[in-house]
Design a protein around this ligand. Structure first.
Ligand code: SF4
Length: 450
Protein backbone atom coordinates (compact mmCIF):
# COMPACT_ATOMS: atom_id res chain seq x y z
CA UNK A 1 0.00 0.00 0.00
CA UNK A 2 1.55 3.29 -1.05
CA UNK A 3 0.21 6.28 0.81
CA UNK A 4 0.74 9.94 -0.03
CA UNK A 5 1.95 12.18 2.80
CA UNK A 6 -1.20 14.31 2.62
CA UNK A 7 -3.43 11.35 3.43
CA UNK A 8 -1.52 9.76 6.32
CA UNK A 9 -3.81 9.07 9.22
CA UNK A 10 -3.59 7.19 12.50
CA UNK A 11 -6.26 6.21 14.98
CA UNK A 12 -5.22 5.80 18.64
CA UNK A 13 -7.36 3.57 20.84
CA UNK A 14 -7.34 3.05 24.60
CA UNK A 15 -9.54 -0.06 25.03
CA UNK A 16 -12.26 -0.62 27.59
CA UNK A 17 -11.39 -3.09 30.35
CA UNK A 18 -12.94 -5.92 32.33
CA UNK A 19 -12.18 -5.94 36.03
CA UNK A 20 -13.82 -6.43 39.42
CA UNK A 21 -13.21 -2.84 40.38
CA UNK A 22 -11.47 0.07 38.71
CA UNK A 23 -11.32 3.81 39.24
CA UNK A 24 -9.42 6.51 37.44
CA UNK A 25 -6.67 7.62 39.78
CA UNK A 26 -5.53 10.08 37.13
CA UNK A 27 -5.18 7.28 34.62
CA UNK A 28 -4.21 8.16 31.07
CA UNK A 29 -2.71 6.19 28.16
CA UNK A 30 0.51 8.19 28.21
CA UNK A 31 2.60 5.81 26.06
CA UNK A 32 -0.08 5.76 23.36
CA UNK A 33 -0.21 9.56 23.35
CA UNK A 34 3.57 9.78 23.06
CA UNK A 35 3.44 7.49 20.03
CA UNK A 36 0.68 9.61 18.57
CA UNK A 37 2.87 12.69 18.99
CA UNK A 38 5.72 10.96 17.15
CA UNK A 39 3.37 10.10 14.27
CA UNK A 40 2.08 13.65 14.16
CA UNK A 41 5.66 14.86 13.72
CA UNK A 42 5.67 12.60 10.68
CA UNK A 43 2.61 14.35 9.23
CA UNK A 44 0.01 11.83 10.32
CA UNK A 45 -3.44 13.19 11.00
CA UNK A 46 -4.52 11.79 14.39
CA UNK A 47 -7.78 10.76 15.93
CA UNK A 48 -8.33 9.23 19.36
CA UNK A 49 -10.93 6.94 20.87
CA UNK A 50 -10.45 6.60 24.61
CA UNK A 51 -12.93 3.88 25.54
CA UNK A 52 -12.19 4.40 29.24
CA UNK A 53 -14.61 7.26 29.62
CA UNK A 54 -15.32 8.56 33.09
CA UNK A 55 -18.46 9.82 34.80
CA UNK A 56 -17.77 13.52 34.41
CA UNK A 57 -20.36 14.67 36.95
CA UNK A 58 -18.68 12.51 39.61
CA UNK A 59 -15.22 13.87 38.95
CA UNK A 60 -13.45 15.11 42.09
CA UNK A 61 -11.89 18.53 42.22
CA UNK A 62 -8.44 16.93 42.05
CA UNK A 63 -9.22 15.18 38.75
CA UNK A 64 -9.93 11.62 39.92
CA UNK A 65 -13.18 10.07 38.74
CA UNK A 66 -15.06 6.78 38.38
CA UNK A 67 -15.05 5.14 34.97
CA UNK A 68 -18.44 4.52 33.42
CA UNK A 69 -19.22 0.87 34.05
CA UNK A 70 -21.67 -1.95 33.46
CA UNK A 71 -22.04 -5.28 35.25
CA UNK A 72 -21.63 -8.18 32.88
CA UNK A 73 -22.10 -11.90 32.98
CA UNK A 74 -18.66 -13.28 33.83
CA UNK A 75 -17.45 -14.43 30.43
CA UNK A 76 -14.91 -17.01 31.46
CA UNK A 77 -15.24 -20.33 33.19
CA UNK A 78 -11.94 -19.60 34.87
CA UNK A 79 -13.74 -17.40 37.34
CA UNK A 80 -16.08 -20.13 38.54
CA UNK A 81 -16.14 -20.23 42.30
CA UNK A 82 -15.19 -16.59 42.67
CA UNK A 83 -18.07 -14.56 43.99
CA UNK A 84 -16.95 -11.18 42.75
CA UNK A 85 -18.84 -9.68 39.81
CA UNK A 86 -16.85 -8.69 36.77
CA UNK A 87 -17.70 -5.34 35.20
CA UNK A 88 -16.86 -3.66 31.98
CA UNK A 89 -15.31 -0.23 32.57
CA UNK A 90 -15.60 2.23 29.74
CA UNK A 91 -17.86 2.36 26.72
CA UNK A 92 -19.53 -0.76 25.35
CA UNK A 93 -18.71 -2.62 22.16
CA UNK A 94 -21.70 -1.02 20.42
CA UNK A 95 -20.52 2.38 21.68
CA UNK A 96 -17.13 1.73 20.15
CA UNK A 97 -18.68 0.66 16.83
CA UNK A 98 -20.66 3.93 16.73
CA UNK A 99 -17.51 5.96 17.31
CA UNK A 100 -15.66 4.06 14.60
CA UNK A 101 -18.42 4.96 12.14
CA UNK A 102 -17.27 8.59 12.41
CA UNK A 103 -13.64 7.77 11.65
CA UNK A 104 -12.36 7.85 8.07
CA UNK A 105 -10.38 4.68 7.33
CA UNK A 106 -7.01 5.15 9.08
CA UNK A 107 -3.73 3.95 7.57
CA UNK A 108 -2.65 2.62 10.93
CA UNK A 109 -4.40 1.98 14.20
CA UNK A 110 -2.50 1.87 17.51
CA UNK A 111 -4.18 0.00 20.34
CA UNK A 112 -2.60 0.16 23.76
CA UNK A 113 -2.98 -2.55 26.38
CA UNK A 114 -2.06 -1.79 29.95
CA UNK A 115 -2.57 -4.31 32.77
CA UNK A 116 -1.84 -7.92 31.80
CA UNK A 117 -5.22 -9.07 33.16
CA UNK A 118 -7.10 -6.54 31.03
CA UNK A 119 -6.16 -8.26 27.78
CA UNK A 120 -9.68 -9.57 27.06
CA UNK A 121 -10.92 -5.99 26.54
CA UNK A 122 -8.03 -5.36 24.15
CA UNK A 123 -8.83 -8.57 22.30
CA UNK A 124 -12.45 -7.52 21.82
CA UNK A 125 -11.49 -4.06 20.68
CA UNK A 126 -9.05 -5.59 18.21
CA UNK A 127 -11.83 -7.77 16.76
CA UNK A 128 -14.21 -4.83 16.43
CA UNK A 129 -11.58 -2.60 14.85
CA UNK A 130 -10.41 -5.31 12.46
CA UNK A 131 -13.99 -5.78 11.27
CA UNK A 132 -14.51 -2.03 10.85
CA UNK A 133 -11.22 -1.44 9.03
CA UNK A 134 -10.03 -4.68 7.45
CA UNK A 135 -7.37 -2.93 5.39
CA UNK A 136 -5.82 -0.74 8.10
CA UNK A 137 -2.61 -1.86 9.75
CA UNK A 138 -3.24 -2.55 13.43
CA UNK A 139 -0.42 -2.31 15.98
CA UNK A 140 -0.76 -3.45 19.59
CA UNK A 141 1.63 -2.07 22.20
CA UNK A 142 1.79 -1.28 25.89
CA UNK A 143 2.59 -3.04 29.15
CA UNK A 144 0.64 -6.27 28.51
CA UNK A 145 2.44 -7.25 25.27
CA UNK A 146 5.77 -6.19 26.79
CA UNK A 147 5.30 -8.40 29.85
CA UNK A 148 3.41 -11.25 28.16
CA UNK A 149 4.68 -11.22 24.58
CA UNK A 150 4.12 -14.93 23.91
CA UNK A 151 0.57 -14.76 25.22
CA UNK A 152 -0.16 -11.64 23.18
CA UNK A 153 1.23 -13.25 20.03
CA UNK A 154 -1.43 -15.96 20.38
CA UNK A 155 -4.36 -13.88 21.58
CA UNK A 156 -3.77 -10.81 19.43
CA UNK A 157 -2.99 -12.75 16.27
CA UNK A 158 -5.36 -10.51 14.31
CA UNK A 159 -3.01 -7.58 14.79
CA UNK A 160 -0.45 -6.78 12.10
CA UNK A 161 2.25 -6.03 14.66
CA UNK A 162 2.70 -6.56 18.38
CA UNK A 163 5.38 -4.29 19.70
CA UNK A 164 7.20 -4.29 23.02
CA UNK A 165 8.34 -1.25 24.99
CA UNK A 166 11.92 -1.25 23.80
CA UNK A 167 11.18 -2.00 20.15
CA UNK A 168 10.64 1.45 18.72
CA UNK A 169 12.71 0.64 15.64
CA UNK A 170 10.48 -2.36 14.92
CA UNK A 171 7.54 0.05 15.02
CA UNK A 172 9.18 2.57 12.67
CA UNK A 173 10.38 -0.12 10.25
CA UNK A 174 6.92 -1.65 10.11
CA UNK A 175 5.29 1.66 9.22
CA UNK A 176 7.89 2.46 6.58
CA UNK A 177 7.58 -0.96 5.02
CA UNK A 178 3.80 -1.32 5.09
CA UNK A 179 2.89 2.23 4.15
CA UNK A 180 5.80 2.54 1.71
CA UNK A 181 6.92 5.83 3.23
CA UNK A 182 10.11 7.16 4.75
CA UNK A 183 9.61 8.53 8.24
CA UNK A 184 11.63 11.71 8.61
CA UNK A 185 11.31 11.70 12.39
CA UNK A 186 12.45 8.47 14.03
CA UNK A 187 13.21 9.56 17.56
CA UNK A 188 14.08 6.97 20.16
CA UNK A 189 11.21 6.66 22.59
CA UNK A 190 13.59 7.13 25.49
CA UNK A 191 15.51 9.92 23.83
CA UNK A 192 13.93 12.22 26.43
CA UNK A 193 14.47 15.81 25.32
CA UNK A 194 13.79 15.33 21.64
CA UNK A 195 10.57 13.46 22.31
CA UNK A 196 7.54 15.58 21.40
CA UNK A 197 4.98 16.31 24.09
CA UNK A 198 2.28 13.64 24.25
CA UNK A 199 -0.81 14.53 22.18
CA UNK A 200 -3.11 15.31 25.11
CA UNK A 201 -4.62 18.10 23.05
CA UNK A 202 -6.72 15.35 21.42
CA UNK A 203 -8.80 15.47 24.61
CA UNK A 204 -9.57 19.14 23.96
CA UNK A 205 -8.91 20.89 27.24
CA UNK A 206 -7.70 18.09 29.53
CA UNK A 207 -8.66 18.26 33.18
CA UNK A 208 -5.16 17.09 34.16
CA UNK A 209 -2.02 16.07 32.34
CA UNK A 210 0.39 13.36 33.43
CA UNK A 211 4.00 14.33 33.21
CA UNK A 212 6.97 12.02 32.98
CA UNK A 213 10.34 13.58 33.77
CA UNK A 214 12.33 10.34 33.85
CA UNK A 215 12.21 6.67 32.91
CA UNK A 216 13.48 3.77 34.98
CA UNK A 217 14.61 3.36 38.57
CA UNK A 218 17.90 2.73 40.36
CA UNK A 219 16.28 0.22 42.72
CA UNK A 220 15.36 -3.35 41.88
CA UNK A 221 12.38 -4.12 44.10
CA UNK A 222 11.34 -7.74 43.86
CA UNK A 223 7.66 -6.98 43.10
CA UNK A 224 8.12 -4.14 40.62
CA UNK A 225 8.29 -4.31 36.83
CA UNK A 226 9.88 -0.89 36.30
CA UNK A 227 13.45 -2.27 35.98
CA UNK A 228 12.24 -4.69 33.29
CA UNK A 229 10.09 -2.17 31.46
CA UNK A 230 12.75 0.56 31.55
CA UNK A 231 16.16 -1.06 32.03
CA UNK A 232 17.97 2.26 31.53
CA UNK A 233 17.49 5.38 33.60
CA UNK A 234 16.85 8.34 31.36
CA UNK A 235 15.97 11.77 32.58
CA UNK A 236 14.75 14.80 30.73
CA UNK A 237 16.50 18.10 31.18
CA UNK A 238 14.68 20.23 33.79
CA UNK A 239 14.27 23.04 31.23
CA UNK A 240 12.50 20.68 28.83
CA UNK A 241 10.11 19.56 31.57
CA UNK A 242 9.34 23.19 32.45
CA UNK A 243 8.75 24.00 28.77
CA UNK A 244 6.22 21.20 28.63
CA UNK A 245 4.44 22.57 31.69
CA UNK A 246 4.26 25.99 30.01
CA UNK A 247 2.90 24.28 26.90
CA UNK A 248 0.05 22.72 28.89
CA UNK A 249 -0.64 26.02 30.61
CA UNK A 250 -1.69 27.31 27.19
CA UNK A 251 -4.34 24.58 27.22
CA UNK A 252 -5.50 25.88 30.60
CA UNK A 253 -4.25 22.76 32.42
CA UNK A 254 -4.21 23.34 36.17
CA UNK A 255 -3.37 19.87 37.44
CA UNK A 256 -0.24 17.84 36.81
CA UNK A 257 0.16 14.20 37.70
CA UNK A 258 3.74 13.06 38.10
CA UNK A 259 4.05 9.56 36.63
CA UNK A 260 7.75 9.09 37.50
CA UNK A 261 8.88 6.03 39.41
CA UNK A 262 12.13 7.54 40.65
CA UNK A 263 11.71 11.31 40.59
CA UNK A 264 14.07 12.02 43.47
CA UNK A 265 17.09 10.09 42.23
CA UNK A 266 20.06 12.49 41.81
CA UNK A 267 17.74 15.20 43.07
CA UNK A 268 20.35 17.97 42.95
CA UNK A 269 20.45 17.75 39.18
CA UNK A 270 16.86 16.75 38.55
CA UNK A 271 14.04 17.13 41.08
CA UNK A 272 15.38 20.24 42.78
CA UNK A 273 15.73 22.41 39.63
CA UNK A 274 12.36 21.14 38.35
CA UNK A 275 10.57 21.90 41.63
CA UNK A 276 12.26 25.29 41.96
CA UNK A 277 11.31 26.07 38.36
CA UNK A 278 7.66 25.15 38.98
CA UNK A 279 7.65 27.25 42.16
CA UNK A 280 8.88 30.26 40.13
CA UNK A 281 6.16 30.00 37.49
CA UNK A 282 3.74 32.94 37.40
CA UNK A 283 0.77 30.61 37.89
CA UNK A 284 -0.21 27.94 40.41
CA UNK A 285 -0.53 24.24 39.74
CA UNK A 286 -1.92 21.36 41.74
CA UNK A 287 0.40 18.34 41.56
CA UNK A 288 -0.20 14.71 42.51
CA UNK A 289 2.08 11.64 42.46
CA UNK A 290 0.04 8.42 42.55
CA UNK A 291 3.14 6.34 41.73
CA UNK A 292 4.77 7.27 45.06
CA UNK A 293 8.13 8.72 45.96
CA UNK A 294 11.00 7.06 47.71
CA UNK A 295 11.00 8.16 51.33
CA UNK A 296 14.74 7.52 51.64
CA UNK A 297 15.37 10.50 49.34
CA UNK A 298 13.09 13.02 51.07
CA UNK A 299 14.92 15.58 53.18
CA UNK A 300 13.98 19.03 54.51
CA UNK A 301 14.81 20.82 51.27
CA UNK A 302 12.81 18.40 49.12
CA UNK A 303 9.85 18.46 51.49
CA UNK A 304 9.75 22.27 51.37
CA UNK A 305 10.05 22.34 47.60
CA UNK A 306 7.30 19.75 47.15
CA UNK A 307 4.93 21.90 49.18
CA UNK A 308 5.89 25.19 47.51
CA UNK A 309 5.67 23.79 43.98
CA UNK A 310 2.05 22.75 44.47
CA UNK A 311 1.96 19.12 45.63
CA UNK A 312 -1.48 18.77 47.19
CA UNK A 313 -0.64 15.42 48.71
CA UNK A 314 2.39 13.17 48.73
CA UNK A 315 2.29 9.45 48.14
CA UNK A 316 5.19 7.39 49.49
CA UNK A 317 5.90 3.68 49.18
CA UNK A 318 6.83 1.99 52.46
CA UNK A 319 5.34 -1.41 51.48
CA UNK A 320 6.25 -3.20 54.72
CA UNK A 321 7.72 -2.53 58.15
CA UNK A 322 9.00 -6.08 58.48
CA UNK A 323 12.80 -5.55 58.27
CA UNK A 324 13.39 -8.96 56.74
CA UNK A 325 10.78 -8.41 54.01
CA UNK A 326 12.18 -4.92 53.42
CA UNK A 327 15.64 -6.37 52.93
CA UNK A 328 14.51 -9.25 50.73
CA UNK A 329 12.31 -7.17 48.48
CA UNK A 330 14.72 -4.40 47.59
CA UNK A 331 15.90 -2.37 50.58
CA UNK A 332 14.61 0.87 49.16
CA UNK A 333 13.92 2.35 52.56
CA UNK A 334 14.33 1.42 56.22
CA UNK A 335 12.45 2.59 59.26
CA UNK A 336 14.92 5.33 60.22
CA UNK A 337 14.95 6.82 56.71
CA UNK A 338 11.19 6.63 56.46
CA UNK A 339 10.62 8.37 59.79
CA UNK A 340 13.05 11.12 58.85
CA UNK A 341 11.08 11.70 55.65
CA UNK A 342 7.80 11.95 57.55
CA UNK A 343 9.29 14.43 60.03
CA UNK A 344 10.49 16.58 57.13
CA UNK A 345 7.12 16.51 55.35
CA UNK A 346 5.19 17.36 58.51
CA UNK A 347 7.64 20.13 59.35
CA UNK A 348 7.29 21.53 55.83
CA UNK A 349 3.54 21.84 56.37
CA UNK A 350 1.96 18.72 54.87
CA UNK A 351 -1.00 17.53 56.98
CA UNK A 352 -1.57 13.93 58.11
CA UNK A 353 -4.24 13.31 55.51
CA UNK A 354 -2.05 14.63 52.71
CA UNK A 355 0.77 12.16 53.36
CA UNK A 356 -0.37 8.82 51.96
CA UNK A 357 1.76 5.73 52.41
CA UNK A 358 1.37 2.49 50.45
CA UNK A 359 1.51 -0.79 52.35
CA UNK A 360 1.65 -3.98 50.31
CA UNK A 361 -0.84 -6.70 51.22
CA UNK A 362 -0.88 -10.23 49.85
CA UNK A 363 2.80 -10.81 49.09
CA UNK A 364 3.70 -14.51 48.81
CA UNK A 365 3.60 -16.04 52.30
CA UNK A 366 3.13 -12.67 53.96
CA UNK A 367 1.36 -12.79 57.33
CA UNK A 368 -1.68 -10.58 57.64
CA UNK A 369 -0.41 -9.29 60.97
CA UNK A 370 2.51 -7.66 59.11
CA UNK A 371 0.02 -5.42 57.37
CA UNK A 372 -1.81 -4.64 60.60
CA UNK A 373 1.49 -3.73 62.27
CA UNK A 374 2.29 -1.39 59.37
CA UNK A 375 -1.12 0.28 59.64
CA UNK A 376 -0.65 0.80 63.39
CA UNK A 377 2.85 2.12 62.88
CA UNK A 378 1.79 4.62 60.20
CA UNK A 379 -1.22 5.83 62.14
CA UNK A 380 1.02 6.36 65.19
CA UNK A 381 3.31 8.46 62.99
CA UNK A 382 0.32 10.57 62.01
CA UNK A 383 0.17 9.71 58.31
CA UNK A 384 -2.43 7.95 56.15
CA UNK A 385 -1.85 4.31 55.16
CA UNK A 386 -3.21 2.95 51.87
CA UNK A 387 -3.41 -0.80 51.33
CA UNK A 388 -1.95 -1.76 47.96
CA UNK A 389 -2.93 -5.32 47.08
CA UNK A 390 -0.01 -7.21 45.61
CA UNK A 391 -0.13 -7.99 41.88
CA UNK A 392 2.11 -10.78 40.58
CA UNK A 393 3.84 -9.23 37.57
CA UNK A 394 5.76 -11.30 35.01
CA UNK A 395 9.53 -10.67 34.86
CA UNK A 396 9.74 -9.63 38.49
CA UNK A 397 11.76 -11.54 41.06
CA UNK A 398 8.82 -12.42 43.29
CA UNK A 399 6.84 -13.68 40.30
CA UNK A 400 9.71 -15.84 39.05
CA UNK A 401 10.28 -17.31 42.49
CA UNK A 402 6.78 -17.77 43.83
CA UNK A 403 4.32 -18.02 40.93
CA UNK A 404 4.14 -21.79 41.44
CA UNK A 405 2.73 -21.20 44.94
CA UNK A 406 -0.20 -19.03 43.82
CA UNK A 407 -3.65 -20.48 44.27
CA UNK A 408 -4.32 -19.95 40.53
CA UNK A 409 -2.13 -20.73 37.51
CA UNK A 410 -0.88 -17.15 37.14
CA UNK A 411 1.77 -18.07 34.59
CA UNK A 412 -0.73 -19.73 32.26
CA UNK A 413 -3.49 -17.18 32.36
CA UNK A 414 -2.88 -13.44 32.91
CA UNK A 415 -6.46 -13.01 34.18
CA UNK A 416 -5.29 -14.69 37.38
CA UNK A 417 -2.68 -11.99 37.88
CA UNK A 418 -5.45 -9.63 38.94
CA UNK A 419 -4.79 -8.58 42.53
CA UNK A 420 -8.55 -8.50 43.18
CA UNK A 421 -8.43 -12.31 43.03
CA UNK A 422 -5.84 -12.37 45.85
CA UNK A 423 -3.60 -14.92 44.11
CA UNK A 424 -1.35 -15.48 47.14
CA UNK A 425 -4.07 -16.04 49.69
CA UNK A 426 -2.89 -18.69 52.19
CA UNK A 427 -3.68 -19.80 55.72
CA UNK A 428 -1.47 -17.06 57.18
CA UNK A 429 -3.35 -14.39 55.20
CA UNK A 430 -6.91 -15.25 54.22
CA UNK A 431 -9.66 -13.37 52.37
CA UNK A 432 -11.28 -12.73 55.78
CA UNK A 433 -8.03 -11.23 57.07
CA UNK A 434 -7.94 -8.88 54.10
CA UNK A 435 -11.53 -7.78 54.66
CA UNK A 436 -10.72 -7.22 58.34
CA UNK A 437 -7.65 -5.12 57.46
CA UNK A 438 -9.61 -2.88 55.12
CA UNK A 439 -12.24 -2.28 57.81
CA UNK A 440 -9.57 -1.82 60.47
CA UNK A 441 -7.79 0.81 58.38
CA UNK A 442 -11.05 2.64 57.74
CA UNK A 443 -11.85 2.74 61.45
CA UNK A 444 -8.35 3.84 62.46
CA UNK A 445 -8.25 6.72 59.99
CA UNK A 446 -11.84 7.75 60.74
CA UNK A 447 -11.21 7.88 64.47
CA UNK A 448 -8.27 10.21 63.85
CA UNK A 449 -10.37 12.81 62.04
CA UNK A 450 -11.09 15.94 64.06
S1 SF4 B 1 11.79 2.02 44.10
FE1 SF4 B 1 9.71 1.96 43.24
S2 SF4 B 1 9.94 2.10 41.03
FE2 SF4 B 1 11.93 1.58 41.87
S3 SF4 B 1 12.05 -0.64 41.71
FE3 SF4 B 1 11.30 -0.13 43.76
S4 SF4 B 1 9.05 -0.14 43.61
FE4 SF4 B 1 9.90 -0.05 41.52
Amino acid sequence: MKVSRETLSALLINPYIYDFSAYSFWSAPLGLLYMGAVLRKNDFHLSLIDCLEIVEEKRKEDGRAPFIKEKIKTPLQTFDGIRKRLKRYGISESGLIKKLEHVHRPDIILITSIMTYWYTGTKEVLRVVRTAFPESKIIIGGIYPTLCYGHAAIHMADADLIVRNNEIDVFYDFIEEHLSIKLRYRTRFYGSDILPYPCFDLYGSPYFVPILTSFGCIYRCAYCSTPFMYPRIIRRKPGHVLDEILHWHEFNVKRLVLYDDNFLYDKTNHAIPILKGIGDLPFKLDIYNPNAMNAALIDEEIAGLLLCSGFKEIRIGLETINPETQRKTGNKVDRAGFERAIRCLLKAGFKSDTIGVYVLAGLPFQKWTDVKDAIDYLCDLGVTPHIAEYTPIPHTRLYEKYSGFARYPVTEEPLYQNNALFPFCWKGFTEENLVFLKGYLKEKTKSRQP
